[in-house]
Write a protein of this length. Structure first.
Length: 161
């Protein structure tokens, strides 16, 4: 049900070599910042797509499209998840019993994947598939990585002198 968008970065060989030469703390900081920048672009594109699909009655669904950093796996692998923040099944049952909670978009998957009686109106999948969004994500990652590497190297030179 969940789709993953993974990048195999080609042409980033020089940045990768430089990242490997940095200390672990700097490498992690730069990698997380680059992945976070790309996730931010995907989140904003998904929000825009949801608005274009007419999914803004209460605004809860759009506000709850969020990004979260995944635990570090080590090396040069950094990841974020972009999805819809919603309550657990227990919380949903409790709010349904007590009345509607307009801030919990538990219904998001009905719009994303459709039902037998409702056509799908996806908002995350088209954002992931968009070439323009992917290009903006890659460019953002490249800029953030380059800026972080330059900053880290400048700090190293400053410490050495």
């Amino acid at each position: 049900m969940a789709e993953k968008l993974q990048f195999k970065l080609t042409g980033f060989a020089e940045l990768g070599k430089t990242l490997r030469n940095l200390d672990e703390k700097s490498r992690t900081k730069i990698g997380n910042a680059a992945a976070g920048g790309a996730a931010y672009i995907l989140r904003e594109a998904s929000r825009k797509q949801a608005e274009e699909n007419g999914l803004f009655k209460t605004g809860a669904l759009i506000k709850n499209i969020a990004m979260a950093r995944e635990p570090a796996r080590g090396g040069l692998e950094f990841s974020y998840t972009v999805g819809v923040r919603h309550g657990t099944k227990k919380q949903i049952k409790q709010t349904k019993a007590a009345g509607s909670n307009v801030n919990d978009p538990w219904y998001w998957y009905l719009h994303e994947f459709g039902t037998s009686k409702m056509p799908k109106r996806p908002f995350i999948t088209p954002s992931m598939s968009s070439v323009a969004v992917r290009e903006r994500m890659l460019e953002s990652m490249r800029k953030i990585m380059q800026r972080g590497i330059d900053r880290s190297l400048a700090e190293t030179v400053k410490k050495a002198s």
